[in-house]
Design a protein around this ligand. Structure first.
Ligand code: AMP
Length: 438
């Protein structure tokens, strides 16, 4: 008896050809993040549940509603990581990294899990590319991270983003502001949801990024935290702005940008996709990157008193944009070798394997069959050249390459449509014509 299964809701398969887009943007990340001095870390997908409750915050949506939490066979409560900062900090502390280096720059790339309501660009398993720096409280580090995000988005071909910037001040300036906010939202209490009332009680700042309709007027008129932050945080923020100006990175100040997690202090930022024309492929899920400073977190998780700052980008959203903008097409094989049935078939197949081992992307149809069909297959997989290896080619020691990038009705005597290349020189000849995305 057979039984058919579907994937878990909100958890996507990444299949060819779209996977090529992912590989491309991941490859660019590894290069660029390396240039900025970041080393990759890989932490497990599951952690002690208490790690997230403690770091992300008990009253956040993530901890209250969205975590995939389960008991393992030994009765330990584990959670599939909903974000990457807490696991990275846990590893940084556990391995005593701070004792061996004063400044640490790490990046990570991998799946995160949140039981969220799904829509375009919002999934239950999604991928984040994130970076963290520990050991520098300087505004230059905030800007280094923002610059890295900015450069990365340019490099993958998503330049139409707006950088939103805010400062939350230090923890000492919070209580007074919380009180001001509570007073401000008081007259709107009756119209608020039960949930929002709870938030007002526990952490009123969180209301500032609420999407609740009844709160929008109150949010719009709320006093800005930026107006009341402490002097040192203000100086830090001014320095961030000056450095961004010096780099020519534009930004808008967004006093409502409090971000969803409890641990942020001072700088918070987001990059939001905003095409200048046409439809927004991400709809309302336009935030492609979010980050900020979290100076108390390392200490709060049992580590040394090291300041930290980081960001995470949503790769699903970026892959979708890059794909929609038509930049994600897979580079097809450079050569597709058509084979004849008979004794030369083995020679041709051996040639394909040899070229592959020499670093070339070469394909053939293992099912053999009519040459016309093999040519069609070469077209379909996006090959640059199609060549047959028959008696005549074998006798002359060449392959006759047909350029598949020319229009189908190009006459046979058109220069460049066909060219003979000696088998011995084929690899180097193809390598000099290696094309495709960087
Ligand atoms: P956050 O950790 O919530 O600040 O998210 C950082 C980035 O990850 C967001 O800006 C999104 O691009 C992406 N992201 C967050 N949640 C999801 C999700 N459920 N599905 C897809 N991408 C997400």
């Amino acid at each position: 008896m057979s039984q058919k299964f579907a994937g878990v809701k909100g958890m996507n398969d990444l299949l060819p050809p779209q996977i090529a887009t992912w590989q491309r943007i991941e490859g660019i990340a590894r290069n660029l993040f390396g240039n900025y001095g970041f080393s990759e870390v890989r932490t497990p997908v599951a952690e002690d549940t208490a790690l997230f409750v403690r770091s992300v915050g008990e009253v956040t949506d993530i901890v209250k509603k969205e975590m995939y939490t389960f008991d393992d066979k030994g009765g330990r409560s584990l959670t599939l990581r909903p974000e990457g900062t807490a696991p990275a900090v846990r590893a940084y502390v556990e391995h005593g990294v701070a004792a061996t280096e004063p400044l640490t720059r790490w990046f990570y790339l991998g799946p995160m899990f949140r039981y969220e309501r799904m829509k375009t660009g919002r999934y239950r398993q999604f991928y984040q590319l994130g970076a963290e720096v520990w050991g520098s409280a300087d505004a230059a580090t905030d800007v280094e991270l923002i610059s890295l995000c900015h450069a990365y988005l340019q490099a993958i071909g998503v330049p139409e983003v707006v950088l939103h910037l805010n400062s939350l001040g230090d923890e000492a300036s919070r209580p007074a502001y919380q009180e001001t906010l509570r007073a401000h939202f008081q007259p709107f209490l009756a119209a608020m949801s039960e949930d929002a009332r709870g938030t007002l009680e526990r952490n009123p700042m969180r209301l500032l990024d609420s999407k609740e309709e009844a709160l929008q007027a109150a949010i719009a008129s709320a006093p800005a935290l930026l107006e009341v932050i402490d002097d040192a945080s203000r100086a830090h923020f001014d320095q961030v702005r000056r450095l961004l100006d010096a780099l020519g990175i534009a930004y808008v100040i967004d006093p409502k940008l409090v971000r969803g997690l409890d641990y942020y202090v001072r700088t918070t930022f987001e990059f939001i996709y905003q095409p200048r024309s046409g439809e927004n492929a991400l709809g309302t899920a336009g935030t492609v990157c979010g980050g900020g400073r979290y100076d108390g977190l390392v200490k709060g998780l049992g580590g040394p008193d090291k300041p930290g700052v980081g960001f995470a980008m949503g790769l699903d959203r970026l892959a979708m944009l890059v794909g929609a903008l038509g930049q994600g097409r897979a580079g097809g094989p450079q050569l597709f070798v058509g084979t004849f049935d008979g004794p030369l078939r083995e020679t041709a197949i051996a040639l394909v394997m040899r070229l592959r081992n020499q670093g070339l992307m070469v394909d053939f149809d293992p099912r053999g069959g009519k040459l016309g069909r093999q040519n069609e297959r070469a077209d379909k997989v996006g090959a640059r050249y199609f060549a047959v290896y028959g008696q005549d080619e074998h006798a002359r020691g060449v392959l006759r390459l047909k350029d598949l990038t020319l229009p189908r009705d190009t006459p046979d005597d058109h220069p460049g449509k066909y060219q003979d290349v000696p088998v011995e020189q084929l690899a180097s000849w193809l390598l000099t014509r290696k094309e495709g995305p960087p």
